[in-house]
Design a protein around this ligand. Structure first.
Ligand code: PFF
Length: 476
């Protein structure tokens, strides 16, 4: 198996898996979800989901991958037969769709990084119109400068960076790049938090973020918490199964998973601690009581306005570093997403890693084109008639979210019914002699066989009902 490549050791694996987990979901989505869903209440629900549902699923995924030593399709097929292989294929497809929209948003962040650091983005007065024009500027062929500023190009360059790293292989591409980017990411994050906390009105932001507001507690809070936890931890579609297949037998899986979960959750938590003081600083500066903090406006409209308020030099430095942080977070995730289909073709079709990395990246980039165009350029995609008038990007993202919890549920059923839990325990004992008689073993037995499949199954169904019909309408 060594010809497939492997991680050099524990640190490399943990940093790389944490790199997959830490991404746009943590820095952009978690803070605004927490802000909308009652602050600390959301954090609390999120932590329960991580502990009760995500931790066992992650352990399960990595054990399957390491035992089989193959891509997601190959792993399910080897341990469960051809029919279970379909679950692997489903995961690979979901990964392709996630990457198709994720890369578009990453391209925006990359464009903002360049525009803030080297251009004059912060001289704008209306950041909302700027963002509107920016996302619609797909491909400007009228001048060389226009072309260099097109979204199409930013997104293409981002995908090319992803392909370049994945093409270099596990240790010298994926692991090496994560080992550089992840520590820098943490440093920038902490640096900006320290600075943000010194700004006027920062403490009001911290209070808003951390004081629970139980009035906001609804059934949807639970849905949002669960979906966010799955997405944030990269679960349910075979990313960590694929990474697990490159893990050495000597490594202790449960303890690595604990570190990865804590690393991911702490970045999400810290991102809120960075963003809310900044937002409240802006409210103070503008003398308003609220600014929009939901969805894309948060990082692409509100934050640039804040950097603008900081003055030309400081704004450029803090704003540039912030978007560099977002790009690093996104790149360590896009790499892991691309690796899933690449590993499939390398393992199953014996194709060359270099060639398939570039070919699949191109294919996914093309799949992203309608997503770029859905931001206003093509009205039919901007307001989907069958999806409550929401745009195609939101539709694809929502469908992927649902697929992750369904995928996690089916994986638990696979372990329980097909592969059998004792085989998972055997795998977990390797590299972990104390596991045999541990409490953890009992905890995983109960959660993987009963708690996770039942709760994930019920919640996935409720989430689907809520998405398409609105659960309030049905139960009220
Ligand atoms: N975990 C990433 C984030 O929070 O942004 C997104 C992601 C990466 C999801 C890889 C799924 C995946 F396989």
């Amino acid at each position: 198996m060594s010809s497939r490549g492997n991680f050099s050791g524990r640190i490399g694996f943990i940093l790389t898996a944490a790199g997959s987990a830490v991404g746009l979901g943590n820095i952009w989505k978690f803070p605004y979800l927490a802000g909308q869903n009652g602050g600390a209440v959301f954090l609390f629900i999120y932590l329960i989901c991580v502990f009760l549902l995500c931790y066992p699923v992650m352990v399960g995924e990595i054990s399957i991958g390491r035992r089989a030593g193959l891509d997601a399709y190959g792993s399910y097929t080897k341990l469960g037969g051809r029919r279970w292989g379909l679950l692997g294929l489903f995961g690979i497809m979901v990964g392709i769709f996630i990457l198709s929209f994720y890369n578009v948003v990453a391209g925006w962040a990359f464009g903002y990084f360049l525009h803030i650091s080297f251009g004059d983005l912060l001289n704008q007065t209306d950041f909302s119109s700027f963002f509107g024009l920016f996302v619609n500027d797909l491909l400007d062929l009228s001048s060389a400068e226009g072309l260099a500023n097109s979204n199409f190009i930013f997104s293409m360059v981002f995908m090319a960076m992803t392909a370049f790293i994945v093409a270099r292989g596990i240790q010298s591409g994926i692991e090496a790049s994560n080992k550089i980017m992840m520590p820098i990411l943490y440093l920038i994050l902490i640096g900006i938090i320290v600075y943000a906390l010194t700004l006027p009105n920062a403490i009001s932001g911290v209070k808003f973020y951390l004081i629970p507001d139980f009035a906001e507690l609804k059934i949807q809070t639970l849905f949002e918490g669960l979906k966010q936890a799955f997405f944030s931890l990269s679960l349910g579609m075979g990313t960590l199964m694929t990474y697990g297949s490159y893990l050495k037998k000597t490594e202790n899986i449960p303890s690595s998973v604990a570190v990865i979960s804590v690393a991911d959750t702490s970045v999400a938590f810290l991102a809120g601690l960075m963003i809310f003081p900044l937002v409240h600083f802006l409210q103070f500066k503008l003398q308003v009581t609220e600014v929009a903090t939901a969805g894309p406006p948060l990082i692409f409209i509100v934050l640039p306005q804040i950097f603008h308020e900081m003055g030309p030099l400081l704004g450029r430095i803090v704003g540039g570093l912030f978007f560099l942080l977002v790009c690093f977070a996104a790149l360590t995730s896009t790499i892991s997403l691309l690796e899933v289909p690449v590993a499939y073709l390398v393992d199953q079709k014996k194709m060359s890693r270099k060639k398939v990395s570039w070919a699949i990246a191109l294919l996914i980039f093309i799949l992203g084109l309608p997503i770029m165009a859905s931001q206003g350029m093509i009205p039919a995609l901007n307001k989907l008639a069958f999806y409550k008038g929401q745009d195609y990007l939101v539709f694809v993202a929502d469908m992927c979210d649902i697929s992750l919890t369904v995928g996690g549920c089916l994986m638990c059923i696979f372990i329980t019914r097909r592969w059998k839990i004792h085989n998972m325990h055997d795998e977990l004992e390797i590299g972990n002699p104390g596991y045999k008689n541990s409490f953890l073993k009992k905890y995983l037995s109960v959660t993987i066989q009963y708690v996770c499949p039942v709760l994930l199954g019920i919640l996935s169904i409720l989430i689907i009902i809520d998405k398409f019909f609105g659960i309030d309408r049905i139960f009220n």
